[in-house]
Ligand binder design. Structure first.
Ligand SMILES: [Zn+2]
Length: 437
């Protein structure tokens, strides 16, 4: 057998491939060359085939694709826990927006994003989609930690913490796309806040920019019951119907939340191939409602999982999203089969990547991007082990992640973050904590 070089072999007791057959390989391994997976299979065979490769993972570990968080506002980690358990209007208008108005700037975004990336990295998230202000500062911080991200400047019809006018917003959003479009790990997008905060003219202009650069559009849709009433009173249609009527929906749209949908809107999302970011914990905490995920899956809507910002979650832990989604939909549907473990893992990996427009990410197979994590299985809460999907959804947690590779680069090695200065990021968080308090 010809010896093709590989840079790394990542191995473990189980390789959860999330390939089309959802294969799990016992004593399996993944070979990586540059930023691409070149082989997946039996560990002994791959060690023989690639004797020169460096080794990651080990006995007692589980190898799987990195997790994909499809909806976030990363810099909001600095507002984590600043106000909770209040009515939505009071929470936003008296706490979150005034704090953002006072503190949000490029320095806040830059420092806070590093903390968010550190949290995601330590919990096995390798890709995330984000909408916030000062995306350029955000992108620099994401790059410095080494994660993969789809980032879009958020826009409203009114002035924000970042821009004085819509014209300034469009300019800033377009410049961001131009500046970062050739970057390997950053996919620039554009992010109008929602159909209630952006009128059809704004959305048309956004669409024009997105089309020009083939960039994804990230938007909140049908998050609350109030929004449905608001859009109905303004446009005579429900939110998804309204967006479809103005020609806004297609496979480049990432629609966050989609809680309040009727069956016709679910059909529209499936037909237009819109990606949905399901943020169960944020929806629960803000009492927004429960998105009809089983119905969306039955209709063939692409659904991934997301944390939303840490002010409404309050962490960026995707293992916890997986567990919560799998449990809440059982209860809500009064059906134990409503969202099974395999489907939950698929949504947190490959399906999430598809929502963000990647077709070579979120699974382990030759040709896929090398975003790989390993979990330590030698822990009391993970033994014994009969079914790996069951453990990933109902027993594992973020702290079990011990190795993280993104695009062929190791960021977390045997539990130690090696791609950024952890002490410095934590010290900055303390500094901002003192200031904001
Ligand atoms: Zn959001």
């Amino acid at each position: 057998m010809a010896k093709v070089p590989a840079d790394y072999i990542i191995y473990g007791d189980y390789v959860v491939t999330v390939n089309t057959a959802m294969d799990v390989i016992s004593n399996g391994a993944v070979a990586v060359k540059d930023n691409i997976i070149i082989a997946v299979g039996d560990a002994t065979t791959l060690f023989k085939k690639y004797p020169e490769a460096k080794v990651l993972g080990g006995k007692g570990q589980l190898v799987m694709p990195g997790l994909v968080n499809t909806h976030n506002h990363a810099p909001m980690v600095y507002l984590r826990g600043i106000a909770d358990d209040l009515p939505l209007k009071e929470w936003l208008e008296e706490h979150i927006w005034p704090k953002e108005g006072k503190w949000v700037g490029s320095e806040f975004v830059s420092d806070a994003t590093k903390l968010a990336c550190l949290e995601m990295l330590q919990g096995g998230t390798t890709t995330f989609a984000d909408m916030y202000f000062y995306c350029d500062a955000m992108a620099r911080s994401v790059k410095s930690v080494g994660l993969r991200a789809v980032l879009g400047e958020t826009g409203f019809d009114f002035p924000t913490a970042a821009v004085k006018s819509l014209a300034e917003y469009f300019q800033r959003a377009e410049e961001f796309i131009q500046l970062w479009q050739d970057e390997a790990l950053i996919k620039p997008s554009i992010a109008p806040h929602s159909p209630y905060a952006c009128c059809p003219e704004t959305l048309k202009k956004v669409q024009h920019i997105a089309h020009k650069y083939n960039a994804p559009i990230h938007i909140h849709v049908a998050e609350t019951e109030w929004e449905v009433q608001e859009i109905k009173s303004k446009y005579g249609k429900r939110p998804v119907e309204h967006l479809d009527a103005i020609g806004f929906l297609n496979e480049h749209v990432i629609a966050a939340h989609c809680v309040w949908l009727d069956p016709h809107e679910i059909e529209i999302l499936a037909k237009r191939k819109v990606g949905v970011a399901h943020c169960i914990e944020s929806n629960l905490k803000l009492a927004s409602g429960i998105a009809p995920i089983p119905a969306m899956l039955r209709e063939g809507v692409k659904v991934g999982l997301g944390t939303d910002g840490a002010a409404s979650n309050n962490d960026l832990n995707m293992f916890s999203e997986i567990a919560t989604a799998a449990k809440v939909h059982k209860l809500f549907a009064k059906d134990l089969t409503a969202l099974d473990a395999k489907t939950a893992v698929l949504m947190a990996t490959k399906r999430g990547a598809e929502v963000l427009g990647y077709n070579n990410l979120g699974f382990l197979a030759p040709g896929a991007l090398a975003d790989i994590i390993t979990l330590d299985l030698e822990r009391a809460h993970l033994l014994p082990l009969y079914n790996v999907y069951s453990h990933l959804v109902y027993a594992a947690n973020a702290a079990d992640v011990v190795n993280v590779m993104v695009n062929g680069e190791i960021l977390l090695h045997n539990g130690e973050v090696i791609s950024c200065d952890v002490a410095e990021i934590l010290a900055k968080a303390h500094e901002w904590n003192r200031k904001i308090i």
